[in-house]
Design a protein around this ligand. Structure first.
Ligand code: CS2
Length: 500
């Protein structure tokens, strides 16, 4: 197939005009009930949970289980506008070395923008039809202190929501108010399902929500604790940010005029704990893995996949790479990532029926995917939220086992160095996407090559790691190497030592 001469605007009533190779929803979208309300409709959600639901809806005898998106951030107005203009349809394109595959996803039928329609957002969740409220609000969106694991009750958004529950701004303020309305109306509690990459994401969302509800009113807290369910889950699909080039590609290759498609890899995985308070779709019919204990899957994924992303992110950015596949085309980096995974493996759980060796080999292949153009700035973003989840626990556990962590420590060093330096090795400014950028960059640049001031930020590093003199020294030596010899030599030397 070659390029399209003219494009078709994506709408419900143009689905019949799509090129034959584009799969479109054939189920009756008008008959769907929004049993899921999803907070945080970004690329990942649209390429993952909504796709599983779309697959399910295409099956014979599937229930009419649809979903409604819910935007919590003021910046979500763009998603509302784009999806609203396309009848909430959008395209997912799977790209790998082979032919790209495009499909239109129809599982979402509505989108509510909470900052502009707070009451409608609350009533959508409080409605009898709502069975699951799911979230992808990013790893940093959970109001927990990374060092202590405590709920950040003093956060200004939380304080605002406690004082004005009907005008809640945060995800948790909104969910708690909706659950309170259900409690008062005698409706069953919905399941609260986090789909963020956090260890025990169900436990985390439960802790934050109960922490918040307890401050609002004890009877609400007790009712939620007794009635709502918080399943843990492991989610996986590498989904870069959509670029103008992706929009043009979808138009040119598939003749489809979609203002905000999603480009992703063919791989996807979803492992879900069977713990729901008000029903769930039969995801197991479409590849979802329903298990009793998700913890080992989460650990395997976060420590190997997300950990490796961190390992290549800051070093790759410093080296001047733009895309993940460029980093992985550099043999030194591929060897480094393989050695990084070896170093982490002793703290990766053994899952019966899953080969960690194969899992790691698949990851290298996925990272090398040359067609999705995953951005180094994306995997660098929000390091202060990601390191405590995907890297520091591995260092702590390896140290506890008496095992060395030279490469993992180098990754910590690369992050601090990147924050302080602000430019890559070619002298080009680094685009640092980080909620705490101002504060952290000031500390890092004032400290020069001394990692201690940054390691002393307890809300990121906690108490134990910064007190480990051996670890601190390793980070310091690695930072000095990065400054004096650059990324390439530092990696070469680190690998030579790791192989001793
Ligand atoms: C990435 C993840 O955000 C990141 O840094 O590691 O978004 C990763 O692509 C996904 O977790 C893959 O499932």
């Amino acid at each position: 197939m070659s390029g399209a001469d003219k494009t078709v605007r994506l709408r419900q009533n143009t689905l019949t005009q799509m090129q034959a190779e584009v799969r479109v929803p054939r189920y009756d979208r008008a008959a769907l009930e929004p049993h899921t309300v999803h907070l945080g409709v970004g690329g990942f959600h649209r390429a993952h949970q909504a796709v599983y639901l779309d697959d399910l809806l295409a099956l014979e005898g599937a229930p009419r289980w649809g979903e409604c998106g819910l935007g919590v951030l003021t910046s979500d107005d763009r998603m509302r506008d784009v999806l609203g203009a396309q009848d909430h349809l959008y395209t997912v394109v799977e790209r790998s070395a082979g032919e790209p595959v495009a499909r239109v996803i129809g599982s979402m039928t509505d989108f509510v923008y909470a900052p502009g329609e707070r009451e409608r957002a609350l009533e959508r969740m409080a409605a009898p039809t709502t069975r699951i409220v799911s979230l992808t609000i990013t790893e940093g969106g959970y109001f927990l202190d990374e060092g202590t694991g405590e709920f950040l009750a003093d956060h200004p958004d939380i304080q605002h929501d406690l004082q004005h529950p009907e005008a809640a701004k945060s995800s948790f303020g909104l969910i708690a108010e909706a659950l309170d309305r259900r409690r008062v109306r005698g409706l069953p509690a919905f399941t609260v399902m986090s789909c963020d990459n956090l260890q025990g994401n169900g436990h985390v969302v439960e802790r934050v929500l109960l922490g918040y509800a307890g401050l609002r009113k004890p009877e609400l807290r007790d009712w939620i604790a007794a009635n709502a369910a918080f399943p843990n889950s492991m989610v996986d699909r590498i989904t870069p940010q959509t670029t103008p080039a992706d929009v043009a590609f979808v138009a040119q290759r598939f003749g489809l005029d979609d203002a905000w498609p999603v480009v992703t890899e063919p791989f996807r995985q979803w492992v879900i704990e069977d713990n729901f308070s008000n029903g769930r779709p039969e995801w197991e019919r479409v590849g979802g893995e329903i298990v009793a204990d998700v913890a080992p899957y989460e650990l395997m994924k976060m420590r190997l996949l997300n950990g490796s992303h961190l390992a290549m992110a800051y070093l790759g950015a410093l080296k001047g790479y733009t895309y993940v596949h460029e980093v992985m085309a550099d043999e030194l980096f591929t060897a480094f990532i393989a050695a990084f995974m070896e170093e982490v493996t002793p703290v990766v759980p053994v899952i019966p029926g899953t080969s960690v060796t194969e899992y790691k080999a698949t990851l290298i292949e996925r990272f090398k995917n040359p067609t999705i153009n995953d951005q180094v700035t994306r995997i660098c973003s929000e390091g202060s939220a990601k390191l405590p989840k995907w890297l520091l626990p591995s260092i702590a556990e390896l140290t506890e086992k008496g095992l060395p962590t030279p490469l993992l420590s180098l990754v910590v060093a690369s992050w601090i160095f990147y924050l302080g330096r602000g430019v890559d090795e070619r002298g080009r400014p680094l685009e640092i996407v980080e909620a705490r950028a101002g504060e952290l960059r000031t500390i890092a640049s004032a400290a020069g090559l001394d990692p201690r001031p940054l390691l002393a930020v307890r809300s990121i590093f906690g108490e134990r790691l910064p007190a480990d003199g051996e670890f601190v020294r390793r980070v310091e030596v690695a930072m000095r190497h990065l400054a004096s010899e650059g990324v390439e030599t530092t990696l070469r030397q680190a690998l030579a030592k790791a192989h001793l």
